[in-house]
Ligand binder design. Structure first.
Ligand code: SF4
Length: 274
């Protein structure tokens, strides 16, 4: 089989990419992500990649952490958002390094796990990869790994293997953008909750993004299940805590409750005493 060096942007994305590529190539991992900020976050992503490489018995080559290379690459374009030209420059910088290492170590092909993420523009990755291929003379092989269920598969596998999953793309700018986005979403959801409560003449204190949200008979009597169904996807708790009798009525034998697209874990208590 032909040898391919796979750039691992993060372990969850590498799961699907590796499973697809190993059918055609002899694959080794290469972790090179100088874009990731801060260093602790970089270490978490690298540790998850080490874990995946160990569990699946794949050779892992660890690149250097050299954030200055990222900042040089995106200079003058830092203010642009995610999926912008800034991201093209960031991806190109990484793929140039991957192609360079692939050439030095005698790989015939190189690739990247980046397309597993729905937040990456596939054409952007293709363009950057082709430029790297041109520059270093190593063949770039790529597939849109997110397609045909590739992204949900990566989510499932990373849960099963207990791999760390990040909640922002990587650079300091995407870190700040993610915080801003979360704050905006919180504000908008809070406004919608207030509107629903007002329209239905309900007087109750609610907060967004709590760890747990308690559903008692008292609460159900006060607001009704229909309104609750509208509120839960806006509140977005991590866990729904419900009394057994409520659980048996609405979600018998389920581990999770669904409210439209929002899915939440259920914890059942025999009786909730307040
Ligand atoms: S948002 Fe992601 S792809 Fe874009 S510059 Fe930042 S780390 Fe790179």
């Amino acid at each position: 089989m032909k040898k391919l060096l796979l750039h691992v942007c993060c372990a969850p994305d590498a799961t699907t990419a590796y499973l697809r590529l190993k059918e055609k190539f002899d694959v080794d991992f290469y972790f090179y992500n100088p874009n990731v900020h801060p260093r602790e976050e970089y270490e978490k992503r690298l540790d998850a990649t080490r874990k995946l490489a160990k569990v699946w018995n794949v050779k892992l080559i660890e690149g250097l952490y050299e954030p200055e290379k990222y900042f040089q690459a995106v200079k003058g374009h830092e203010h642009l958002g995610e999926m912008s030209y800034r991201c093209f420059l960031c991806i190109r910088q990484r793929l140039f390094k991957v192609a360079e290492v692939a050439q030095e170590l005698g790989y015939e092909y190189f690739s990247t796990s980046l397309p597993t993420s729905p937040k990456k523009d596939f054409e952007m990755v293709v363009k950057a990869g082709k430029e790297a291929q041109e520059r270093f003379g190593v063949k770039f092989y790529i597939e849109d790994f997110k397609k045909s269920g590739g992204y949900p598969l990566s989510v499932k596998l990373s849960k099963e293997l207990n791999l760390y999953r990040q909640n922002y793309c990587g650079c300091i700018f995407s870190f700040r953008e993610a915080i801003e986005q979360r704050e905006k979403s919180k504000k908008e959801r809070m406004e919608k909750i207030q509107r629903i409560l007002k329209e239905n003449d309900i007087s109750i204190e609610l907060d967004v993004d709590p760890e747990e949200f308690l559903i008692t008979h008292n609460l159900l009597n006060n607001i009704g299940f229909d309104i609750l169904q509208k509120l839960i996807p806006l509140i977005r708790p991590r866990t729904l805590v419900v009394e057994r009798s409520i659980y048996e009525k609405y979600w018998p034998e389920r581990k999770n409750a669904r409210f439209g697209k929002f899915k939440v874990k259920i914890k059942v208590l025999e009786q909730i005493s307040l």
